[in-house]
Design a protein around this ligand. Structure first.
Ligand code: HEM
Length: 405
């Protein structure tokens, strides 16, 4: 009899004539399996590269859609001599680049066009920081509720992750495509601005996390449950600007916070303690005391000993809206880079909030969390920037044209 061990050790050839026939059949089957597998794998890879996100319309792409596997957030500072006309020229270039890249095509005069093998769901989102409006005398075109954030006592902000006049946010499901698109956009931006910071983030690869399932952050938590549903009225109300300057109608406002996690001390906590910090179960993401991720949160529930099931300073209790309108859309990306010392990792979230009015919707929540949130013991904001995101563009239109003309 041929044993499992013989098969594993490739010992079939010594197992007699019958074994020889078996071996030949087995080898052919293995070869066919390998080829079939390779073909299927190739097909699925090609499928990822061929995916396109729609990028024309009243809203820019890269917001009301699943977070891609990879993202780059780039903050640029405009040159001291840059005028409104220069900005418009820059936007003309970016609009053309975005159109080509999101179609999976190289930009004009791309020195390495062969790298653009598809779009892999590439999206590019462009916005403007508060300083830009001052520099160009565009204060009358600032959307309502858009301003620099105040300092928070939890902040330990670093210049290299903070501020910026122009945001270019890119997302894609293929890192090589994303890096090539980033390179193209930065090359065409060079005459107008310098890069102040560039921050890379990631979620699961396509296929690793079933579509529609909420992603996890590096603390192991299911992160993004309590968010407005894509395509819903709720989403539109929370996110899209509906009044004020024309260039921003259909746009939104973004708060981007780089929040470092102290994972070595977090890892030392017991599972129950970790769950109490957030107020949700780690495995399912369900609120404490409930079974499923999307079960309603019962903030009034008490344990037998009289203590609250969701502790007073649990993250979700502090973050939940206390007044109507204190809601927004979160679309976080993980980050992990080499730490300050050899062997150390610097990990955290590129935490994003998109809201029609940051001052009304996001600021009170951020202030409450800065005042007290159990999670603050393991997290530190080290970067911060806000951007007003222009409305989307139709074919033939130029991104943010009403702002600079
Ligand atoms: C590293 C930092 C952070 C981590 C790890 C984190 C993690 C989480 C997790 C695991 C949840 C529960 C699941 C969910 O609904 O998504 C949550 C909920 C939430 N977080 Fe955070 N968060 C962070 C920072 C922030 C910040 C800075 C804000 C706002 C200023 C915020 C606002 C919220 C809100 C509004 C909810 C939903 C609360 C509700 O259920 O009503 N989070 N967060």
């Amino acid at each position: 009899m041929v044993t499992r061990r013989q098969i594993l050790l490739g010992g079939l050839a010594t197992a007699g004539a019958a074994g020889g026939v078996l071996a030949a059949n087995g080898a052919a089957a293995a070869q066919a399996y390998r080829e079939g597998f390779a073909a299927a794998e190739l097909k699925s890879q090609t499928k990822v590269a061929k995916q396109k996100s729609s990028f024309n319309g009243s809203h820019q792409a890269g917001i009301e859609q699943r977070a891609q596997a990879h993202a780059n957030f780039i903050g640029l500072e405009i040159g001291s001599k840059i005028t409104k006309d220069d900005m418009l020229r820059w936007m003309v270039l970016l609009t053309d680049d975005i159109t080509r890249l999101c179609n999976g095509e190289p930009v004009l005069a791309d020195p390495e066009p062969d790298l653009m093998i598809g779009a892999a769901n590439l999206t590019v989102t462009v916005g403007f920081g508060p300083a830009l409006f001052k520099k160009l005398g565009l204060e009358s075109k600032v959307p309502e509720g858009f301003a620099e954030l105040p300092g928070f006592k939890i902040d330990q902000l670093r210049d290299e992750f903070t501020g910026g006049d122009v945001l270019i946010q890119l997302g894609a499901d293929d890192l090589l495509i994303l890096s090539h698109a980033t390179r193209a956009l930065l090359r065409d931006s060079e005459p107008f601005g310098t890069v102040r910071w560039q921050q890379a983030g990631f979620t699961n690869a396509v296929g690793s996390n079933p579509e529609g399932k909420t992603q996890r952050n590096l603390m192991g938590q299911v992160d993004g449950t309590d968010n407005p549903e894509f395509g819903s009225k709720n989403f539109a109300n929370q996110v899209w600007i509906t009044g004020g300057p024309a260039w921003a109608i259909g746009g939104t406002q973004l708060a981007l916070r780089r929040i470092q996690m102290n994972l070595p001390t977090w890892d030392m906590l017991g599972r129950n303690d970790k769950e109490e910090v957030i107020g949700r179960h780690l495995d399912t993401g369900a609120p404490l005391g409930q079974k499923n991720e999307f079960d309603p949160i019962n903030f009034d529930a008490k344990k037998e000993n009289g203590l609250q099931v969701i502790p007073p300073f649990a993250h979700i209790r502090r973050a939940a809206a206390k007044r109507p309108g204190e809601q927004f859309f979160r679309r976080p990306f993980n980050y992990q880079v080499v730490g300050a010392k050899p062997g150390e990792l610097d990990s955290g979230l590129l935490w994003t909030a998109y809201a029609a009015d940051l001052t009304k919707q996001y600021l009170p929540v951020q202030q409450r969390l800065a005042d007290f949130d159990l999670l603050n013991k393991w997290t530190t904001p080290i970067g911060s920037a806000v951007f007003a995101i222009a409305r989307g563009f139709e074919p033939g239109q130029v991104l943010a044209e009403e702002l600079f003309s």
